[in-house]
Design a protein around this ligand. Sequence first.
Ligand SMILES: [Zn+2]
Length: 460
Amino acid sequence: MDDSRIGSRFYFIAKMKDQIPIDLVVTGAKILTLDEHFTEYDPGVIHIIGNRIHHIGPDDAAQQAVKARRILHADGRIIIPALFNSHNHAGMSIFRGLGNDLSLDGWLNHFIWPAEKRFISPETVYIGSLISMMEMIRSGTGTFSDMYFFEEEVARAADKIGMRAILGEGVMDFPTPSHPAAFATLRHTREMFNEFQDHPLITISVAAHAPYTCSPDVIRKAAELAKELNICSNIHLSETIKEVETITSRYGKSPAKYLSDLGFLGPQTVAHHGLYFNDEDLDILAESGTTTATITNSNMKLGSGSLQLKKLTKKGIHVSIGTDGPASNNHQSMIRELQEVARVQKVIYQDPTVITPPELLKMATINGAQGYGMGQQLGSLEVGKLADITIIDPGGPHWYPPFDPYNTIAYAMHSGDVESVIINGQLVMEQRVFPNIDEEEILDQFRKISQQIRQEIHQP
Ligand SMILES: [Zn+2]
């Protein structure tokens, strides 16, 4: 091929590239991509076509000629990948502030489970989940993993507001508000998988509640379903000393060994909490590729204990971050959560070097995505990945002096500094306003539900 033909071919390709319609261009911000090399662009630009990042790089003079359906000027802002909340029970916002100062066991048996029996319905899950989603998006989260009841209502709420969600109907041995038995819940999980497999925002997971609430037969069937459908699974694991004692006396082994022997653990499984792993447990988790989600605030509030980060990372176990439900945390901000993870770990080890701010941000983004088998799609800002982006306004006094944005995010940022959030290429919050929902109407419905709950359980 002669040179002129090569030249004309390049010209043709360049013209073709020019003609690809760019849906959204975000310009002018400092971009922390959180890719493998922690690449930064300052100022940087992101081109979005459909729901994916088509281009990311320096915001230089060549960008002046770019034509797009919409240009979002984010001069002086900081952009990070939208945060990934590895564990939630979003609908539990209706119980926030009730049943406090109890141990996990007392809280579940004497408060939460009776309250769920009485008040959890498709309507309360829908409204309660929307309230949590508003709080999550307002603090920069793009994806959350949920384990609760009437998950089709959580899907409806996520679809409405435009949030990405991994949804698992909670599987337990005993009747739940939505199903009479564990096998009915697993059937429902399969139905939800069939219903939502092409949905752009919803991913279905198998969500077994915990080793102490799921018999061996149920855990085995749950693991088989996850493998058959090739979907992720998640479970509470080693959350309290009582759980370890209960499982050891029932089965003669630790909770992690119990799950491992039944085939539940694996590279698409996320185990929440993980406070009381022994050496064998750590080997089991590392060898199986299971991710552990630290749920730090809930563990502190319920007085359960603390995950020991160094023990896990030394074994090469991925650790991500989740908030847990709003009734045991009691907030839904991944910003607050990651900040407290850093502080708690430094206290536990009396060692300020135990984690750095960039590592912390990875725990709150890519580690969560990898745990649920979505690391190729989410968790960092790279060409070809889904366009889930958080835009932060560093204008507040706590951002000054602006030496290091990672450090400010880890130790000083407020959740309210999140200005706008893009999920799946769509602005689902712009200047702190949700374009897809009527916020006042939802708050009004939520107030009515919470008033009724308070009246019925005689709390002021
Ligand atoms: Zn939980």
